[in-house]
Ligand binder design. Sequence first.
Ligand code: CP
Length: 307
Amino acid sequence: MKHLLTTNTLSLEEVRTILEDAQAFSEGAVWKPEKQTFVANLFFEPSTRTKCSFEVAERKLGLEVVPFEVNASSVLKGETLYDTIRTLQSVGVEAVVIRHSIDSYFAELEEQIQIPILNAGDGCGHHPTQSLLDLLTIQQEFGRFYGLKVAIIGDIRHSRVARSNANVLKRLGAEIVFSGPKEWFDDSLLEHGRYEEIEQAIVTSDVVMLLRIQHERHEQEGQEGKAVYHQKFGLTLEREQRMKAGSIIMHPAPVNRDVEIADSLVECERSRIFKQMENGVYVRMAVLKRALQQGGKANVNDHQKWS
Ligand code: CP
């Protein structure tokens, strides 16, 4: 079963194939399943980018998107996640996209569910399609990963984006450093990169990847205000001036303007923040294609269906 649950379980060959397909989609390639194919998007946590771009990707591939709103479903009557997905499988849905607040919500499902699960974010765990769209954006910019220095800055501990990106970027040969408040660092990430002070990270990195402060996952809010965070750990106008020539700014968004990044830098020349969102559609087309070809019942003939 070709679930997409984490980047850790994707081989580098699989990563490269997904990026190739995503790049082809960005250049107008077409792929569609041979027969009517139903998919459903289950978002148990809020989302704008991931939910909308999955839906755009699904429609571009000619898939039938079954409307599913958690708050209008039998989840409200206590139906479990397993029974919900098993029901969708029974009525003919061939792939499910799931975002959930519980870390590794998929652990008890992956062996039991017969249709591909595409993880759209699990708690503080993983966000593989965000990571893949970040990779596509970096590849388009630099044409390589090996030897690039990527600084991941901010609320590391609560960030599924940091976890997904650090793993795969390290395997692709990038140098990873983490920065931001030390109390928000996560020592388990030291296997992928070291902690570096922000001033050093900003001036020496090819990619400055800022993370949103995940207020909803903080048990208690810090004492420091937004302006103090911005001055200590944010991308201020002054820090942007000191960035390396040719380096880029990334952020998975949503952005807290004037906190992680100065308002006027969100769409500055170095920023790829909206490019990341655009690439999200192409990457999600590629992972849906992979799931339906290799793990679903779409019964496609690859040669006939590319054009
Ligand atoms: N980057 C990201 O996952 O955004 P959403 O929460 O809006 O989907």
